[in-house]
Design a protein around this ligand. Structure first.
Ligand code: SF4
Length: 516
């Protein structure tokens, strides 16, 4: 079977822009299945935006993981006719999928060199540490692309685009030689945002149908484990009038009267309560992201239910009071218990609770005792599986104070996870799921990797996307390349190449505070 197939879906929107000879042809690749890829606002926005530019045409590609097939959603299936491929990578494990795709297309940078199509990757994971992508893509964008997207498209249309790409201060070819400064969009109101969003009418997206809206970027809380909060700093939000105009325009094309908000700190947006009221008045449904405990009130819970949301998602991350405030998640445990009770009264079907285990110096018994305590306190809840616990191991990510922990720290967390399961099983109103600590370890290895880890990524892509494939690829690396995995870095490699605009001392000082 062919690796690339053209798959024309029954979509809400498709730009049938006829490419002419001489047009700039830009591929947009999201290495995920279609139903997940459509959640990417970069995917939605860049497709609409590039097609709106004179002399430029965009073609979309997604990856069907199950069948190992690359789907071309528009006309173009010949990658060699493209000027560039823009690739969005939010998670470190996406690098492995990308490496497999490029390898199969014969486009891995290590074999293709800097010939067209120029492969340019960006996204949260890439911004934090692009080094493991060396040998895989040609160039990376560090930070936010909104303000440079137009110039970037016209630049890749030139004959020797690489000569010009490094004129963008936040773009670097790989391997990186000089320090790259992060781009960030000062005024979100002027940043492009798609309003004509595409979905397959026969395949519901992962977060359901509805118009995706990015309300804000960054987060004022800078929680100690949170990479997004740090690398998207500072907190910015769109004006309410701008958001409302987008909603009015976008819902005209949408198949449901529903918006799905993207925001790291939704109720830090000052007009959020007013916006919710307006949505309710106009009978528009909405889906909200996970919320901080201290942001939830009884009134807000009622409004969220009125918006049609059936599950309320809360992210306390820890139940241990002494730790909560130091990591940036200060809240009152009694308030959390009240929210859970109140959610049942408001007829929510579920409360979803995000927890993290593995904070250094936190006694596991203390953690489990707090867990037991809250479950016993709520044991009067009779609704089966009402409380859904999502337990994640702490993954030490670059640009967080926990970046000084070695990836192997994650491997010690199997016992923690088992203890949580043991307690949760005693109550029918609780359901627990957790992210496998070995996958978390693999993620940490890539997140903290340097250029040499690109060998692991490429080999893992070849062996297949399983844990066996990861360990096999890991074994093929020499001892020196893997020493950081067990002992941490003496000098963090990403510090040398990325200027995130954050004071470097802050990370070390906060880490010492947290572990003492
Ligand atoms: S509140 Fe959430 S998004 Fe903001 S820094 Fe903390 S964990 Fe990250």
């Amino acid at each position: 079977m062919n690796f690339v197939i053209r798959r024309i879906r029954k979509e809400t929107v498709r730009f049938e822009k006829k490419g002419r000879p001489g047009n700039i042809k830009v591929g947009i690749l999201i290495p995920m299945p279609y139903s997940a890829a459509v959640n990417s606002l970069f995917f939605q926005t860049s497709y609409e935006y590039i097609n709106s530019l004179e002399g430029a045409v965009a073609y979309r590609y997604v990856y069907d993981v199950k069948n190992d097939i690359l789907e071309a959603l528009d006309m173009e299936t010949n990658f060699n006719s493209l000027d560039a491929i823009l690739i969005s990578l939010s998670f470190e494990l996406d690098y492995v999928v990308l490496a497999r795709i490029l390898d199969k297309l014969g486009l891995l940078h290590r074999y293709k060199g800097y010939k067209k199509p120029i492969l340019i990757a960006g996204g949260i994971a890439v911004t934090s540490n692009p080094l493991p992508l060396s040998g895989i893509v040609d160039a990376v964008v560090i930070g936010e692309v909104d303000d440079i997207l137009e110039d970037l498209v016209y630049t890749v249309g030139e004959d020797n685009p690489l000569n010009h790409l490094e004129n963008f201060y936040c773009i670097s070819t790989l391997p990186i030689r000089d320090r790259v400064r992060r781009c960030f969009t000062k005024d979100l109101n002027r940043a492009p945002h798609s309003v004509n969003q595409f979905y397959d009418m026969d395949e519901e997206p992962v977060y359901g149908y509805g118009m995706r809206i990015e309300l804000s970027r960054g987060c004022p809380y800078l929680c100690a484990f949170c990479m997004e909060g740090h690398i998207q700093h500072p907190f910015r939000y769109r004006a309410m009038e701008v958001v409302w105009r987008m909603i009015e325009k976008g819902l005209g094309n949408s198949i449901t009267k529903k918006v799905i908000f993207y925001s790291l700190a939704l109720f830090s947006v000052p007009f959020m309560d007013r916006l919710i009221e307006k949505l309710i008045e106009n009978s528009i449904k909405a889906s909200l992201p996970s919320l901080r405990v201290d942001h939830i009130t009884k009134e807000r819970l009622e409004s969220i239910r009125e918006l049609g949301q059936r599950t309320v998602t809360i992210a306390p991350e820890t139940l241990v009071k002494s730790l909560a405030c130091s990591i940036g998640k200060c809240y009152d445990i009694g308030h959390l218990e009240n929210i859970i009770s109140e959610s049942l009264r408001c007829s929510f079907e579920h409360v979803k609770l995000y927890l993290i285990t593995g904070f250094p110096k936190l006694d596991l018994n203390e953690e489990i005792n707090e867990f037991k305590r809250i479950l016993s306190k709520l044991s009067w809840v009779k609704k089966a599986r009402f409380l859904r616990i999502v337990l994640n191991p702490l993954i030490p990510k670059p640009w967080t104070p926990y970046q000084f922990l070695p990836p192997a720290a994650v491997l010690n967390l199997a016992e923690n996870i088992n203890k949580y399961y043991k307690e949760a099983r005693k109550f029918t109103f609780v359901r627990i799921e957790s992210y496998n600590h070995k996958w978390a370890f693999a993620q940490a290895v890539i997140a903290q990797g340097n250029e040499e880890i690109s060998d692991l990524i490429i080999n893992w892509g070849r062996y297949g996307f399983s844990l066996n494939g990861f360990y096999r690829a890991l074994r093929s690396l020499n001892k020196e390349s893997t020493s950081f995995i067990y002992h941490g870095w003496e000098e963090l490699p990403w510090y040398k190449f990325i200027d995130m605009g954050l004071p470097i001392d802050y990370f070390k000082m906060r880490y010492h505070y947290l572990i003492n």
